[in-house]
Design a protein around this ligand. Structure first.
Ligand code: DOR
Ligand code: ZN
Length: 426
């Protein structure tokens, strides 16, 4: 099956794109009009066409937590957000920490409409099990996830020697370790702090020192061991300062979420525990530094940290409300809006939402609009203005810290390996 997409505005030029089955078979400038053999033609009508987003940080839930989200709802939300590939985190129930739990997850993920991989979770006891799983070179494992602090997580790694052993193991199999680097020992001060336990103090209680210290420990360890490591959801100026020193290493990477880039703790007086997330929303100054870091190339990729919980759970009191909120359907609209506002360029946005993740996670034939690559594409109306309305979300979690934000840019269609999904019809 050959499909010709006519009049696609890419960030470089206006192209006709020929898709043959799963892949991009030919590209031509619209003025050429030479591609004449195809089964169907779709006029893209000068909409923006970018590589579909790759989201290396998603909590799909499913299994015992399918009331929060499952692979059908999460993958539909991804499609609605222009995302063709997601990597699922291991802090599920059961946690993805051994073969049996991995097989359960593999079964659940068969429902997915988008491409996926899984992280294996590190526990204080499962290093041999991880070794056993990885030695079969499973294609569907994105890497190993380590939590240094409790955060809806199943287990945390406290022992630094053991952390290095995990890094070594990952290095042996050329797998990346993705770390949630808030450090539990720094967080424990909330137990003795005089600060009132409420959402307005979340940024202080779950203090920035914990993220900074954890980041330093992980960078030191990865530098020493020589493995590939990525720091999930960096949130502070100081983490960027630490990371920037190692930016030439090509082994030490970092992820930024749209919410740490664009929101800060000032919003919490309006949205309460809806905005509770770990690491917390920080300060306006951090937003500024993180935006500069994107422009300077210190941020490798965007991860949404899509972390759905039920609205009822989120509306509980501060201590009981779980951390996290959905992000699959808001990421591209808020980032496109940031591009329009001049925070960074479109080319940079495309790099951190697709190209760089494809490189770092070694995904073959994707992340770029190029002949021979899979047709993983997002078609976007760049000009339409609207307010984010969570009632329209396809995730089960119909709330967002970005609710009511005016954005410019809407995903119209998402292609996954050449298969077209129209967002209106999902
Ligand atoms: O806010 C968060 N939610 N941070 C995490 O680290 C975990 C996530 C979740 O799983 O809900
Ligand atoms: Zn997460």
């Amino acid at each position: 099956m050959k499909t010709l997409l006519k009049n696609c505005v890419t960030h470089r030029s206006v192209l006709n794109i020929l898709i043959e089955d799963e892949k991009i078979a030919a590209l031509e400038p619209v003025s050429d009009q030479k591609i004449s053999s195809y089964d169907r033609m779709i006029d893209i009508g000068d909409a923006l066409v970018i590589p579909a987003m790759i989201d290396p940080h998603v909590h799909v839930r499913d299994l015992e937590l399918s009331y929060k989200e499952d692979w059908t709802s999460a993958s539909k939300a991804a499609l609605a957000g222009g995302i063709a590939t997601i990597f699922d985190m291991p802090n599920t129930r059961p946690a993805t920490v051994d073969r049996a739990s991995l097989d359960l997850k593999r079964k659940a993920a068969e429902k997915s409409l988008v491409q996926y991989k899984f992280y294996l979770g590190a526990t204080s006891k499962n290093i041999d099990i991880l070794n056993e799983i990885l030695k079969d070179e499973p294609e569907d494992i994105a890497g190993i996830k380590v939590f240094l602090a409790a955060s809806n997580s199943n287990e945390i790694i406290k022992d630094r020697k053991y952390l290095k052993r995990i890094f070594e193991l990952a290095g042996k199999f050329n797998k990346i370790v993705v770390v949630h680097a808030e450090l539990q020992s720094c967080l424990d001060i909330w137990k003795v702090s005089d600060l009132k336990h409420n959402i307005l103090n979340h940024n202080e209680l779950r203090n920035r020192m914990s993220a900074i210290e954890g980041t330093k420990i992980c960078i030191d360890a990865a530098y020493e061991i020589g493995n590939k490591m990525s720091l999930a959801h960096i949130s502070t100026q100081e983490e960027i300062e630490c990371i920037s020193i190692f930016k030439n290493s090509d082994r030490i990477f970092c992820e930024l979420t749209p919410h740490h880039l664009l929101l800060n703790s000032r919003i919490l007086s309006k949205i309460g525990n809806i905005g509770k997330v770990n690491p917390p929303l920080r300060t306006a100054k951090d937003n500024e530094v993180l935006a500069t870091a994107v422009r300077l190339g210190f941020v490798d990729y965007i991860g949404t940290d899509h972390a759905p919980h039920t609205l009822a759970e989120k509306l509980q009191d501060y201590e009981s409300a779980p951390s996290g909120f959905p992000g699959l359907e808001t990421a591209l609209p808020v980032l496109l809006t940031a591009v329009r506002e001049g925070t960074f360029g479109l080319e940079k946005m495309i790099e951190i939402t697709s190209g760089r993740a494809a490189e770092i996670f070694e995904l073959k034939n994707t992340g770029e609009i190029k002949v021979g690559n899979y047709a993983d594409l997002a078609v976007i109306d760049r000009d339409v203005k609207y307010k984010i309305d969570p009632q329209n979300f396809l995730t089960k979690a119909k709330y967002s810290p970005f609710a009511a934000k005016e954005v410019t840019g809407k995903v119209l269609k998402t292609f996954v390996k050449g298969k077209m999904y129209e967002c209106e019809k999902l």
